[in-house]
Design a protein around this ligand. Structure first.
Ligand code: MLT
Length: 407
């Protein structure tokens, strides 16, 4: 008899963003006269940069000519893209990352979900609370947690991000092996300083742990003092994997292109205590399970690094940062303390009380969708996340309605 992976039965509800989408749809069906503004899921609304579109067209034409047509590409990604990334995203910030340490993929979500399979089932996992749900759910699916009780899975080490610690978690008090960090943070928008990241890297080196560092929102950092990559931190090459994406800087949520950096220095241990190269293991995994991102999409992503592309993604991210400013100012009128939005497209508001009740109230009275904080973990109670991804018109209308409904 075929048996299911029993760990799936531990999962709570459906995937958070699916659940929000269903509630939005149910409300729309019940109130067809109302227009809903979605500031929930962080999906971009502004079109692809012209530099990317031009590269996409040109690459499509190449695919239509026998002389320049391409079949399967290299699983790790085309060298032209990996070289551009190494130069612009890392060398320019004195971060030591080689093109051969970059793996092009179709999404940071998939990579963050898949990377855990390289590690033993009894790996002790530390996950911030609140957190992007993928890190937690995929470890539950893999069997690294016990059951769910009082809002938390057993055997997972939760790293509380609270108003008291400025939403930057403290180091764990017990030993852990795999640590998930995301800065600029989803959902809180908080960004760790160099000193804070250094303490995590030092911890990982002392404890033979690995940090999975999600930097999908780094293009939103405006404070020049803040690190964009974990490889700006001394010793990080030995202990950190970094995830990046073209989704939020260049609007590729529908186009799909991202990358993961795994330095050659990064090691994990087998059961005999021998060191294994995580880079080699991920290469083996990708060549078995992945056939690469399409050539035209990689050309479009590489166009991000041209002077025109760089100017356009700056304009794009500035646009969403301005949206965030409008949201922050409006919510301030209502008296809700806020983090994020200045170096991040997400704003995290302390609303107090039941966060699902706040979600319902905002939807019902203002026709605005946010994400209730508890969707990201127990520490999210009393908070909501508002995303800055929408047109200016919709952001202004959403805030006008919110102020009217809640004042
Ligand atoms: C979010 O809203 O947290 C993100 O858009 C989800 C994602 O990137 O997968």
């Amino acid at each position: 008899m075929i048996r299911v992976n029993q760990h799936y039965s531990k999962l709570q509800n459906s995937y958070l963003f699916l659940d929000i989408g269903r509630r939005k749809k149910a409300f729309e069906d019940a109130h067809p006269e109302k227009t809903i503004i979605n500031l929930g899921v962080g999906d971009v609304t502004e079109p692809l940069p012209k530099a990317c579109r031009d590269a996409l067209h040109a690459a499509a034409d190449e695919m239509g000519d026998r002389a320049t047509f391409r079949g399967y590409g290299p699983e790790q990604g085309y060298p032209f893209l990996r070289e551009a990334i190494a130069h612009h995203d890392f060398h320019s910030r004195d971060a030591d990352v080689g093109p051969d340490e970059i793996f092009i993929s179709d999404g940071a979500k998939c990579d963050s979900a898949n990377l855990q399979e390289l590690f033993a089932v009894n790996t002790r996992v530390a996950i911030p609370d609140p957190v992007y749900p993928v890190y937690l759910d995929t470890n539950v699916m893999a069997g690294r947690s016990g059951g769910f009780a009082e809002g938390r899975y057993k055997d997972i080490v939760y790293l509380d991000s609270t108003p008291e610690n400025g939403y930057i978690p403290h180091l764990p008090e017990e030993p852990v092996d795999l640590i998930y960090l995301c800065f600029p943070n989803n959902p809180t928008g908080a960004v760790a300083t160099t000193a804070q990241l250094q303490s995590w890297v030092d911890y990982a080196r002392e404890n033979c742990a690995i940090i999975l560092f999600d930097a999908a929102y780094e293009a939103y950092i405006r404070n020049p003092e803040l690190p964009h990559s974990i490889y700006e931190i001394e010793g990080a090459r030995e202990v950190a994997i970094e995830l990046r994406s073209f989704s939020k800087n260049a609007g590729f949520t529908g186009t799909r292109c991202a990358f993961t950096v795994i330095p050659r220095d990064l090691q994990a241990w087998d059961r005999d205590g021998d060191k294994q190269s995580v880079h080699a293991m991920w290469g083996r995994r990708q060549s078995t399970k992945f056939n690469g991102v399409s050539y035209p999409i990689q050309r479009a992503a590489a166009a991000v690094y041209t002077p025109e592309g760089q100017a356009e993604i700056r304009t794009l991210t500035d646009f969403y940062i301005e949206n965030a400013r409008i949201i922050r100012e409006s919510m301030r009128e209502l008296g809700f303390p806020c983090t994020g939005g200045d170096n991040s497209p997400f704003l995290w508001f302390r609303t107090g009380g039941d966060s699902w009740a706040f979600f319902d109230r905002l939807l019902e009275h203002a026709g605005v969708v946010c994400i209730p904080g508890t969707g990201f973990g127990t520490c999210g109670e009393g908070h909501i996340r508002i995303g800055a991804f929408n047109s200016r018109e919709n952001i202004e209308l959403a805030m006008e309605r919110t102020i009217k409904a809640l004042k």
